[in-house]
Ligand binder design. Structure first.
Ligand code: TRP
Ligand code: SF4
Length: 329
């Protein structure tokens, strides 16, 4: 299958990104043709005032991906803003997208309510899903690995594709594919304080953290609040450390934790030590890969990806422009 997915370059990746999306990418790359890109224009839709160095952040993001095991050779890795066809298709799709679809988008409404520290009442933010649609259908993606919150955007993408075909494409072979979503099999990982894992809450373990940083963070993490003394039995279901075990530990360890916690057979510090060891199994290979990468290598990979993406995108835009500008009335 042809797969397309993107991430916004807003800072270092953490375990939540890994479990939610990146791990899925690393799996999917084995049997599919994957286009992974840095959505730097999308980052501007909420951070246009923040003076982010998007060039540097984009390179760092790709470095995080490569460290996590995303393959440079078999995948097409590129930066959205390097391929101007995304903006051309975005413009054309904006012409045919009814405002109501965008205003009703639940992700949009949620964010308007949640984000109070910046003004996101902009055309760019409202039309975010239109740009995302362009990203996807420009490359004929059949499937798109995303987090749960992005599901409405994929629905809008499919609707836009149908509308485009209805308006312009009268031939048997449709110009675009309707993309399916691939949701991560693991539920969202919470931050160390039990809230959503996020840079702004200062509760995240980063893929680039050292072993010691990981341990210090885990050591301070909240556990079952009812379990005050080591002799009190605990309830793993209400403890986020248990979620981390489920995400990172082998089944035997998960079982041992669940029993040991309920019977007060293990202490929380011991439990956290096992958890740290499981996380290290994932992070240590990442550190090693990261140490072997330099900026120049990352730039090369991005340039190579740009060439391949550009070819595909230009071909698709030729067909799109023919359909729109040479339509027979
Ligand atoms: N909106 C996505 C997110 O915030 C990022 C993104 C942009 C994307 N374009 C995409 C994801 C295309 C998948 C496909 O996570
Ligand atoms: Fe949480 Fe482990 Fe302590 Fe149970 S033993 S409360 S799962 S940290």
């Amino acid at each position: 299958m042809r797969i397309v997915s993107g991430m916004r370059p807003t800072g270092r990746l953490h375990l939540g990104h890994y479990v939610g999306v990146l791990k899925n990418w690393v799996e999917l790359q084995k049997n599919n043709e994957c286009y992974f890109f840095v959505a730097d224009w999308h980052a501007l839709s909420t951070s246009y005032e923040d003076k982010l160095n998007l060039k540097r952040l984009s390179r760092e993001l790709v470095k995080d991906w490569l460290s996590a095991g995303v393959e440079a050779n078999s995948n097409v890795i590129f930066i959205q803003s390097h391929i101007k066809e995304h903006s051309e298709l975005y413009l054309l799709l904006n012409m045919i997208t009814p405002l109501g679809w965008l205003e009703r988008n639940p992700t949009y409404k949620d964010q308007l309510e949640q984000i109070k520290n910046k003004d996101i009442h902009t055309a760019g933010f409202l039309t975010y899903p239109v740009l995302q649609t362009a990203d996807i259908i420009l490359y004929d993606a059949e499937a798109v690995p995303i987090g749960e919150d992005q599901k409405p955007h994929l629905e809008i993408a499919r609707e836009i594709v149908r509308r485009f075909h209805h308006l312009y494409d009268k031939k048997e072979e449709p110009i675009f594919k309707e993309p399916k979503e691939i949701l991560s099999p693991t539920p969202r990982l919470l931050g160390l304080d039990g809230k959503k894992m996020s840079k702004s809450y200062n509760n995240a373990i980063y893929l680039s953290d050292t072993k010691d940083e990981v341990w210090q963070k885990l050591r301070g993490a909240v556990t079952d609040p009812q379990r005050v003394k080591k002799t009190d039995p605990g309830n793993p279901e209400v403890c986020l450390i248990y979620d981390y075990h489920k995400a990172f530990s082998p089944d035997e360890v998960v079982k041992k934790v669940e029993e040991g916690c309920r019977t007060a057979g293990i202490g929380c510090v011991e439990c956290k030590k096992w958890c740290a060891a499981s996380i290290e199994e994932v992070l240590e290979p990442m550190r090693q890969r990261r140490a072997s990468l330099d900026d120049e290598m990352v730039e090369d990979i991005i340039q190579k990806g740009e060439k391949r993406a550009k070819e595909e995108a230009a071909k698709k835009m030729e067909a799109v422009n023919r359909a729109i500008f040479e339509v027979e009335g």
